[in-house]
Write a protein that binds this ligand. Structure first.
Ligand SMILES: Cc1ncc(COP(=O)(O)O)c(C=O)c1O
Length: 398
């Protein structure tokens, strides 16, 4: 027996639910690419992508996923043999560093782990030591994620920017905002971020296939001498006047129309409200997990509550099979949860709460997980979904 008929709910951390308005905006005939409405569309999107990064710098839109934007960010500011420092707080900064290594960049990982955020003091100490090394600074850039989608950690990018300045170091600060942009504040200029990148398929509520890079003046200065530049990713090529060059070829028009609609939805709701909605729903999830964790079988991956992010919550199953729980939620109830990745593979499931999500989606998901915990006889504290309801009811008064 199953109770899954009806609309499936995708609670994975990307791609996320695409709003019907966005799907409808994409359902249109192709248009001319050298003139006409597409030109104004591009101009508005470049401006508004910079707006969500909160920068007066330049934005670039790529027909690529997040891995493409990683490569775009690296090729535009680095040369073969340069050294970068990747700040570990899960999986993704290290993977970005691995990408750089395969492109001929020397990569040092500032050791962290899967359960905690980057410590800005450790960044400062490492950069001070680099500056004082006999030949002078060797680290050209620091790579870090704002939210690590595998661990569920949120890093304090403002504090990391401050640590770089406190060390008196001139490394570029390069930030992956794939799992955070459009879900929580990102103040590129105020935080001293030089290069930021993200993708379309999470907080920006658009299908996968677009990615974004924003660069400030310091990054564009580094770009002038970067040896890894290639024609497709190159910022200078994309700054040319011809519309065609802005995408290094045929623009991904339908995705652009979808993105326009998604950004309009975010701006209509108001970014501060969007961020608050994410905070509230994330905390509702945490309230539920906190109750399930009574008895110490179910548990949070991220140890420090303040380091738990507002877009995805990885939940440890401590000896029980998280994939059996995911299968129950999907097969019986039509809720698709994320699986644990990297070191958490086979050990955790992930509840996503990012993008086009609201109270029924999240409370429904929590109820289904609690149903699965019961059906699979996984020991847990009772009443997690109720705790989430109670807390959300208090926060959202009549
Ligand atoms: C934080 C983070 N960075 C980068 C990526 C890579 O993005 P993509 O899968 O679009 O290549 C992901 C994907 O989940 C991610 O979560």
């Amino acid at each position: 027996m199953s109770v899954r008929a009806g609309r499936e709910f995708l609670a994975i951390p990307g791609p996320t639910t695409v709003p019907d308005e966005v799907l409808r905006a994409m359902h249109r005939p192709a248009v001319e690419i050298y003139s006409g409405p597409l030109l104004a569309l591009t101009e508005g999107l470049m401006r508004d992508v910079a707006r969500v990064f909160n920068t007066r710098g330049h934005a670039y839109i790529y027909s690529a996923n997040g891995h493409g934007a990683w490569e775009a960010a690296l090729t535009n500011v680095l040369s073969r043999g340069d050294r970068v420092l990747a700040l570990e707080s899960g999986r993704f900064a290290v993977s970005w560093g691995e990408h750089a290594r395969r492109m001929g960049v020397e990569v040092e990982v500032l050791k962290g782990d899967m359960r905690r955020a980057v410590r800005p003091a450790e960044v400062e100490a490492r950069l001070r030591a680099d500056r004082k090394s006999p030949g002078g600074s060797t680290i050209k850039a620091v790579l870090v994620v704002q939210i690590d989608t595998a661990s569920g950690v949120v890093n304090d990018i403002a504090a990391i920017g401050q640590a770089i300045r406190a060390a008196g170091h001139d490394a570029l600060l390069m930030v992956d905002a794939v799992a955070s942009l459009g879900c929580m504040p990102f103040d590129m200029d105020d935080w001293g971020v030089d290069v930021a990148m993200s993708g379309s398929q999470k907080g920006l509520m658009t299908p996968p296939g677009l990615s974004f890079v924003a660069a400030n003046d310091r990054a564009r200065e580094a770009h002038r001498t970067a040896g890894l530049r290639t024609p497709y990713w190159d910022w200078t090529e994309r700054e040319a006047k011809e519309h065609y060059k802005k995408y290094a070829g045929t623009p991904p028009e339908h995705l652009l129309y979808g993105l326009r609609q998604a950004l309009d939805l975010l701006f209509e709701e108001g970014l501060p409200n969007v961020f608050r909605r994410h905070q509230l729903l994330a905390e509702a999830v945490r309230r539920a997990v906190g109750v399930w964790a009574e008895g110490q079988v179910i548990g949070f991956n991220v140890i420090e509550p303040a380091e738990r992010c507002d877009t995805v919550t990885p939940v440890l199953a401590n000896g029980h099979d998280p994939d059996a729980l995911r299968a129950y939620c999907d097969d019986k109830c039509g809720v698709v949860l994320g699986h644990g990745i990297g070191e958490l593979s086979g050990k955790a499931f992930r509840i996503a709460h990012m993008g086009h999500v609201n109270a029924p989606m999240i409370l429904g998901t929590l109820s289904v997980i609690e149903m699965a915990l019961g059906a699979l006889r996984i020991p847990h504290g009772r009443g997690g979904a109720q705790a989430a309801i109670n807390w959300l009811g208090d926060q959202v008064p009549a």
